[in-house]
Design a protein around this ligand. Structure first.
Ligand SMILES: Cc1cc2nc3c(=O)[nH]c(=O)nc-3n(C[C@H](O)[C@H](O)[C@H](O)COP(=O)(O)OP(=O)(O)OC[C@H]3O[C@@H](n4cnc5c(N)ncnc54)[C@H](O)[C@@H]3O)c2cc1C
Length: 242
């Protein structure tokens, strides 16, 4: 039996597209429902920006310590524990997710756990933990994001062939890594995973030249990452490059 509830605004998806919209609507005095089947925070917090930034920060500290000698600091043998690095990544995500949960509830937003599907343009059915909820509203915001695309010739087995989600969840470093695709996200992962082992030279990044579309090949992915970052900055676009 469906449980009907009336709202002013329904937001589908609690990623960085959805949750700020839900909070803003609530702060404007609207009665808001937020529907999310997975963890709050979406790709960015759980499977994207935050885990990759956490791992990159680890790698940067390691790099500095390795180069301490240049600054006249004597450190002795430098070793690292990727398990602990991964633990710090998970703790960072958990802390931010906890803050976000607090923010959602402090703004009086009603959270429904499950996938939202349209019954009619103003009616959303929830399928999942909160199955049976039938939500009605004048406005529905769709912020359902995207998922990694499986390549049929190389299906993800999440052991040897990873998508960005499973690669950012590993607790042991691979000996070497081939990155297919030259976008900023792929390169962030490359930096995060490869730097501790000095395996950047095993990462291969490909990209198309923005002007003529010809393939570019960078044996060192870091080179491409910083090149891209600088070109964002030069275009006054650095804010996008969190
Ligand atoms: C490895 C990686 C690194 C990245 N690094 C950066 C970075 O440094 N800077 C940056 O700006 N961006 C970065 N991004 C991109 C950023 O994560 C995305 O742009 C952002 O998460 C998109 O937000 P969104 O809310 O549109 O979608 P998502 O974050 O994907 O959220 C969508 C949510 O909708 C939910 N959903 C799906 N279907 C339904 C449904 N039917 N009903 C209800 N809910 C549903 C999903 O479970 C999900 O939680 C990175 C991405 C990756 C993969």
């Amino acid at each position: 039996m469906n449980r009907k509830e009336q709202f002013d605004v329904i937001v589908l998806g609690a990623g960085p597209g959805g949750y700020p919209a839900a909070i803003k609507a609530a702060q404007c005095g609207k009665k808001v429902a937020l529907v999310e089947p997975k963890q709050l925070g979406g790709t960015c917090l759980n499977r994207g920006c935050i885990p990759s930034k956490a791992l990159i920060a680890n790698a940067e500290v390691l790099q500095m310590v390795r180069e301490a000698d240049k600054y006249g600091i004597i450190t002795g043998e430098v070793r690292f524990d990727f398990g602990k690095m991964a633990q710090r990544r998970d703790e960072t995500i958990a802390l931010l997710r906890h803050s976000l949960e607090g923010l959602i509830s402090a703004n009086g937003i009603t959270l429904f756990r499950g996938f939202g599907t349209f019954g009619s343009p103003r009616e959303v059915k929830v399928r999942g933990e909160d199955s049976g909820a039938l939500l009605q509203a004048d406005a529905v915001i769709i912020a359902t994001g995207s998922e990694p695309k499986n390549i049929s010739t190389f299906p993800f087995d999440r052991r040897y062939i990873h998508d960005s989600t499973s690669l950012l969840e590993i607790n042991e470093l691979p000996r070497s890594l081939l990155i297919v695709g030259g976008g900023g996200n792929r390169l962030r992962i490359c930096l995060a995973i490869s730097r501790p082992r000095h395996r950047c030279h095993h990462c291969r990044a490909y990209a198309k030249h923005p002007a003529d579309g010809k393939p570019l090949y960078f044996p060192n992915a870091e080179q491409l990452f910083y090149k891209q970052r600088n070109s964002h900055k030069n275009r006054g676009n650095s804010g996008k490059n969190r």
